[in-house]
Design a protein around this ligand. Structure first.
Ligand code: GLN
Length: 406
């Protein structure tokens, strides 16, 4: 119920943060709540519904039994920092100093926010490819950065070099990159990374690169970290975490690799935000990072099968699909479907009405495309599905989606 007294409304407005007012709750997380409420098959939020590897679970149990239950060092337990640095050198060929260049956070979400808060000043701009993982919007607002959006265009999600060039300028503090990309499945090529590098060098900007899907790749795609591109080691801030690689999204263990200068403020921000990530889970993460290559090969192969499966389901149901080269999402176009209820919900865009209809009437939860765009109308004909789910979950979605009529 709204307050009838206007002064009350004014006071309460003043009592709340104007920053927090500028963004909504996460639509991705909301879709999971709606899936639970309606008993829908949840293909919205990107978390596996299958078990994490037995070895990582056993390592966590062992760490608790071994009394690793008090605060770790605020910027991260030494065994995990060492393991991250060892693995990054093994896979990307770039060395980091675990004492001065690594910060462990509560998930890559906190890692990204700490990095942004540590480098942004009033007036700074950040370049963001669009569609973007929805967290980057609030990250920019809360850190005080002005986002400059640059479109990734269907069908291959390429960007226009002139548009990207025009987005950079004297106020650019950083570009946010996410490769392999959520929601598009794009994997940035070396040539694209080098083009971005040239702009970062020219405008003296950082590249903050979210590489959480680094091992989830298809069709021979290669993950190249921006830190590996000539001239970028010292202007790159790498964000990653245990969540997607080891199927432990609820553990909330992520990290930042960055040169010592940004790492110092990142560690301070992180310390006062959260003190530290769960100590026994950091210990378990350290042992997981020594899994053999076969673990990562199997992970990618298993997701490749699931990708094929969901592509087929969606195509038969009438969606136009954009085949991902990495990560575990499929962006689709819904132009072939009628708008479910434009009269009853005129304020929503078509993707939102379609997602509501899908979760309530068909029993499948997806993420409306507009939540990945600054301007809702740019995503009004798209919805995102995830396939990090068990075969039986995908089969249930198939059965339900067969009731849709394009
Ligand atoms: N990255 C996942 C997604 O995009 C989940 C993110 C989250 O909810 N923290 O769906």
């Amino acid at each position: 119920m709204s307050s009838p007294d206007p002064t009350m409304a004014q006071i309460s407005r003043r009592m709340l943060s104007a920053k927090a007012e500028q963004f909504t709750e996460s639509v991705i997380r909301e879709m999971t709540r709606l899936a639970l409420k309606h008993g829908a098959v949840n293909l919205s939020q990107g978390f596996p519904d299958f078990a994490a590897p037995e070895e990582i679970k056993e390592a966590a149990r062992q760490a608790i039994s071994d009394n690793i239950n008090q605060y770790a060092i605020t910027w991260g337990a030494k065994p995990l920092r060492d393991a991250i640095v060892e693995k990054f050198e093994r896979t990307q060929g770039v060395k980091y100093d675990p004492e001065r260049e690594v910060t462990i956070c509560c998930g890559s979400t906190e890692a990204m926010m700490s990095a942004m808060m540590a480098i942004i000043n009033p007036g700074d701009e950040v370049v963001v490819f669009e569609p973007f993982y929805e967290n980057y919007g609030p990250d920019a607002i809360l850190s005080g950065a002005t986002p400059r959006f640059v479109k990734l265009r269907t069908p291959d999600w390429s960007f226009d070099e002139r548009e990207l060039t025009a987005a950079f300028g004297p106020h650019t503090k950083a570009i946010i990159l996410n490769t392999p990309n959520n929601p598009t499945g794009k994997v940035f090529t070396r040539a694209e990374l080098e083009f971005i590098r040239d702009l970062c060098v020219r405008w003296n900007a950082y590249c903050i690169t979210d590489e959480i899907y680094e091992h989830i790749l298809y069709d021979g795609a290669e993950h190249i970290s921006m830190a590996r591109i000539d001239g970028m080691r010292d202007r790159t801030i790498v964000i990653n975490g245990l969540s997607k690689t080891y199927s432990v999204t609820g553990w909330r263990v992520g990290w930042v690799l960055a040169p010592p200068e940004p790492t110092q403020p990142i560690r301070k921000v992180h310390d006062f935000l959260t003190v530290g990530a769960a100590a026994p889970l950091q210990q378990a993460g350290a042992s997981a990072m020594h899994f053999p290559q076969s673990y990562y090969d199997k992970l990618a192969a298993s997701y490749s099968t699931k990708r094929e499966r969901l592509l087929k389901i969606l195509t038969s149901a009438g969606f136009t699909v954009f085949k991902p080269r990495g990560a575990y999402y499929i962006m689709t176009d819904i132009a072939r479907f009628a708008d479910p209820d434009p009269v009853r919900f005129p304020a929503d865009s078509k993707d939102v009405r379609f997602a509501k209809f899908l979760v309530e009437k068909i029993g499948v939860a997806v993420v409306p495309g507009s939540s990945f765009y600054n301007d809702a109308k740019d995503g009004a004909s798209q919805v995102r599905f995830t396939f990090c789910k068990k075969e039986e979950t995908l089969a249930a979605a198939e059965e339900r989606l067969s009731r849709l009529h394009a």
